[in-house]
Design a binder for this molecule. Structure first.
Ligand code: GLN
Length: 452
């Protein structure tokens, strides 16, 4: 097939399905079609493995000439004047950007219900959430609207929706992928990563977007190996750690059982597993919500009605302009985080909250380092339960936060983690989480591929 046909096919799927799924916020049809026609002229020998394939991009990744809202009213008409580094890399690899994908506002949430524009639905059961915050990215791939998407993961936002939607989602090592052009939520935790239908596609896409970038001082000067080369199927002698905290209290029976079943499969392929402990996991949620909200309160200060997007009308002076723009432009969850973050950074509370949380973060990181002295990967469920119903948790932020208990420690430690499908419960997918050492995505992919 030609690139033009592939592109057209993707838009056809979007038009057929997105009325139900509601994954896309903006389509790039005219430009993508023009691009696809040009691409058909490129000789075959110059085409890489991803050439001509359609991709959707989460709406917190800036795209020149395509409105980028972060699913917030405050950016309703923000038209970026440059492309994020990853978007350049997609184009270099020959991928065609089909459109922008719905998310929780500023990536704060676990269900995509915090979008100011629409609620994305889980393609497996439209009454259920797709997860979040990259819910649009996971749902679009699960529905077959696009074979590839990019999400971002600050505390689980790639892995949790991948798990809920039965697709493959990778949160790379912090620093592996440039954050230049990713609208910052919590800069010390945010990472962009690929969502795909299988492990091999995922490995190809991560290879394409990784690497040092002079525009992101936190991007790492570490060689990018060929991740696809590690898909050998051979995991003989691999040492797997299973944290008891990941199968214990608060984790549903279906999630627990599916992981035990997956471990049997891995054992039959020659791996060995043992139970370990990540003793500080119980502090991860509190630590994460404090640190990420603190960073967010600072990062979101730039949305003041002057520089980008929405601006409140009928105001008398500058202070009122700021206040009204932010009061009208931000949704409830974003305001909740800004207030929590501002409070914990204020002079009187800094030592008791922010500084303490930083110290606990170090302990959590050390838990992982200790386990990785003796094991190659850590395995557990991605989420305590399969996708919940739309509306079920919206009124209860604490229950919503608790959903992230198994994904958040990975971000705090900065290590990579993937979610791959590992069964169903009541017709809804379950995810297996495989966590690796810093910059060892290759081993994660090897295990994931052998299991798949
Ligand atoms: N659900 C988490 C939160 O609301 C994770 C978000 C994310 O990873 N972007 O903060």
């Amino acid at each position: 097939v030609s690139v033009e046909e592939l592109t057209a096919e993707s838009y056809k799927r979007v038009k057929e399905l997105d009325g139900d799924v509601q994954a896309f916020l903006a389509l790039n049809e005219e430009k993508a079609t023009a691009q696809s026609k040009e691409m058909d002229k490129v000789p075959f020998e110059e085409r890489g493995p991803l050439f001509g394939l359609p991709i959707g991009v989460k709406d917190n990744i800036v795209t020149e000439g395509i409105i980028t809202t972060c699913s917030s009213k405050i950016l309703e008409n923000f038209n970026p004047i440059y492309d994020a580094t990853v978007v350049h890399k997609l184009r270099d690899a020959g991928l065609v950007t089909i459109g922008k994908l719905n998310m929780d506002e500023f990536a704060m949430g676990s269900s995509t219900e915090n979008s100011a524009y629409k609620t994305t639905r889980n393609p497996w059961n439209l009454d259920h959430v797709p997860g979040g915050s990259s819910g649009g990215s996971a749902a679009a791939v699960a529905a077959g609207e696009v074979p590839f998407s990019l999400g971002s993961d600050t505390g689980g936002s790639i892995r949790q929706p991948a798990s809920f939607c039965g697709v493959v989602g990778m949160k790379p090592t912090y620093g592996r992928v440039s954050r230049s052009g990713l609208v910052a939520f919590a800069s010390s935790l945010d990472q962009i990563g690929p969502i795909t239908r299988n492990v091999e596609d995922n490995a190809f896409l991560l290879e394409a977007i990784s690497g040092l970038d002079k525009n992101d001082s936190t991007s790492a000067n570490v060689e990018v190996p060929s991740f696809t080369k590690s898909l050998t199927g051979d995991i003989k002698g691999l040492r797997i750690a299973v944290p008891k905290e990941y199968l214990g209290q608060g984790v549903g029976e279906a999630s627990r059982q599916s992981v035990l079943d997956a471990l049997k499969v891995l054992e039959s392929l020659g791996a060995v597993w043992e139970e370990v402990s990540l003793p500080h996991s119980k502090y991860a949620l509190a630590t994460y919500y404090l640190l990420s909200s603190s960073e967010a309160s600072s990062n979101l200060a730039r949305f003041d009605g002057i520089r980008y997007g929405f601006r409140a009308e009928n105001v008398q002076n500058l202070m009122e302009l700021y206040k009204e723009t932010r009061a009208q432009g931000f949704g409830d969850e974003v305001k909740r985080r800004i207030m929590l973050g501002t409070y914990s950074l204020s002079a009187g509370s800094y030592d008791a909250y922010y500084k303490k949380a930083q110290q606990v973060r170090t302990l959590i990181k050390q838990d992982f380092e200790t386990v990785f002295e003796n094991y190659d990967v850590i395995i557990g469920p991605t989420t305590p339960t399969p996708a919940f119903k739309i509306g079920e948790n919206v009124k209860d932020p604490l229950t919503m936060y608790a959903n992230d208990i198994l994904t958040i420690p990975v971000n705090l430690a900065g290590v990579p983690g993937i979610s791959i499908p590992c069964g169903f419960s009541d017709g809804l997918p379950l995810g297996l989480q495989i966590i690796g050492k810093h910059f060892d995505e290759a081993t994660i992919y090897r295990v994931a591929h052998a299991y798949e």
